[in-house]
Design a protein around this ligand. Structure first.
Ligand SMILES: [Fe+2]
Ligand SMILES: [Fe+2]
Length: 484
């Protein structure tokens, strides 16, 4: 009789032992009555995890199952190592914004049918009092002394001022218009002043963002059981506030859950060196190589069937300008083979479910510009990114952006999952059937967070079932796998 793998794991747990997935496979396939009890009777005292080397009768070929059970390597659809190539002339910065405008305006064409701005201004007398549409990139966005929102909008032909009246429906969305986002507006042109044919202003009736279509649905993967993935972020190894005991509980828990085939780590895997003033006083591991070596050891201790995807964040030893390159080779010497290094951002396809990984540094900028936004609710900011189809809409604030020919921070394709981190506060949202997960952190409150009155949510992992996209946050701060 073939035993269920879950029952096998359960029997070992009852005996106070964890069991390696290769051993679970071996028992399941052997179908010998009493095999578990036979194995249990031979486990030496002091062993806490039963691996193939503890099991008499597991041959070399069985030991090779360590790799046979390995989940397939995920498909990196965007952000594959080596994709990000820096360009450096002033024209390249222009090209970056032009690429952003072209990609996002094409999403708006059908809903707005925009006129070229220059043509509208010049032919004000022809178009005044009729509804017209424009699509542009926001040059500036301010509330005037009467409380109306005035936005300067630019397309490839010219610029126009757009006024959103505070008394009109939907004004709260106009208040959230931020610099450098691409929007569509439908409205009425102002009448040219006497003796002129030029209009100078558009009265905005309707603000149209590229957004995620309301009709967007999640297509469950076809074929064999797609399994589960774990999403985490901001491990901050090297900091004296990193939580090794919680990590160990997570590690043990993963051994008990072989259905989880992938672990996605969304940046700030180490605390880094010299990231902020006097950081060395808060470091438990004081060199960057030692920090990464320790990460390598932690990842080597995880179940070997896992495929791990690792993206950088602003604390990692890579260029800060986004898109950030993958972690360089020289820091990987102690990492196991089952780690795939990707850029920030990147799109990971696992059994046809697509996860957009973005560390989330732009959250710092967006919080300042979006009324009501706060660090306690990164989900709202994830929604703002999806609505604007851009991971870092504001140029020139705290998030450095690289001048590249194509703006890779545009959310060109709707992801199934948007995975962020950076703020150290977890939150799960659903927005038009896209799952948004900010995965929190693995360090306790830092002195900086104490000063800022920020309470992090440490030692959590989001477990996502790929067949349904259901998401469960699991906590490891106090116990091994607490439902949150
Ligand atoms: Fe972080
Ligand atoms: Fe960060």
């Amino acid at each position: 009789m073939i035993m269920q793998k879950r029952d096998i794991v359960q029997r070992f747990l009852e005996a106070g032992l964890l069991v390696h997935p290769a051993v679970v496979d071996y028992i399941s396939e052997s179908a010998k009555p009493g095999i578990i009890e036979t194995i249990l009777s031979t486990i030496p005292h002091g062993v806490s995890v039963v691996t193939p080397k503890e099991v008499a009768g597991m041959t070399t070929s069985h030991t090779d199952k360590l790799d046979v059970g390995l989940s397939p390597i995920p498909l990196i659809e965007d952000g594959r190592e080596g994709t990000s190539i820096p360009l450096s002339t002033p024209e390249d910065a222009y090209q970056l914004m032009r690429s952003r405008f072209e990609q996002i305006s094409s999403m708006l064409q059908r809903r707005v049918t925009p006129y070229p701005i220059e043509a509208l201004i010049r032919q004000g007398s022809k178009y005044a009092d009729t509804e017209v549409g424009v699509v542009g990139i926001v040059v500036s966005s301010q509330t005037n002394k009467n409380g109306h929102r005035v936005v300067e909008l630019e397309d490839t032909t010219g610029t126009i001022r757009v006024l959103f009246n505070k008394n009109r429906e939907g004004f709260s969305e106009a208040e959230k218009i931020i610099p450098d986002e691409v929007i569509g507006v439908k409205g009425t042109l102002s009448k040219p002043s006497p003796g002129s044919t030029f209009s100078t202003m558009l009265f905005g009736d309707k603000l149209i963002r590229p957004d995620i279509p309301l009709t967007h649905t999640f297509e469950p993967p076809k074929g064999a059981e797609p399994g589960k993935i774990a999403l985490i972020s901001d491990v901050h190894v090297g900091s004296d506030t990193f939580l090794p005991d919680a990590w160990d509980r997570f590690n043990e828990w993963l051994f008990e859950h072989p259905e989880i085939g992938y672990l996605l780590i969304d940046g700030d895997v180490v605390d880094g060196i010299g990231v902020y003033p006097d950081q060395d006083k808060e470091l438990h591991i004081k060199t960057i190589f030692d920090q990464y070596d320790y990460v390598g050891e932690l990842l080597s201790g995880l179940p070997r069937h896992l495929q791990i995807v690792l993206a950088p964040g602003n604390h990692d030893a890579v260029r800060g300008a986004e898109p950030q390159p993958a972690l360089p080779e020289e820091f990987r010497t102690k990492f196991p083979k089952n780690v795939t290094f990707v850029e920030n951002p990147s799109v990971i396809n696992i059994n046809s479910v697509k996860t957009l990984m973005y560390h989330g540094r732009s959250i710092d900028d967006l919080i300042k510009y979006i009324p009501g936004a706060s660090y306690n609710h990164p989900g709202e900011i994830m929604e703002a990114m999806l609505q604007r189809r851009h991971l870092c809409p504001i140029y020139g604030q705290r998030t450095p952006l690289l001048s590249t020919e194509k703006d890779r921070l545009v959310i060109s394709e709707v992801p199934d999952i948007l995975h962020t981190g950076h703020v150290h506060i977890s939150e799960v949202i659903r927005y038009h059937n896209v799952l948004g997960v900010n995965a929190g952190t693995w360090q306790s409150q830092t002195s900086f967070q104490k000063q800022m009155n920020i309470s992090p949510t440490p030692a959590q992992a989001a477990i996502v079932d790929l067949s349904t996209l259901s998401c469960q946050m699991m906590g490891f701060l106090r116990t091994k796998g607490e439902f949150l």
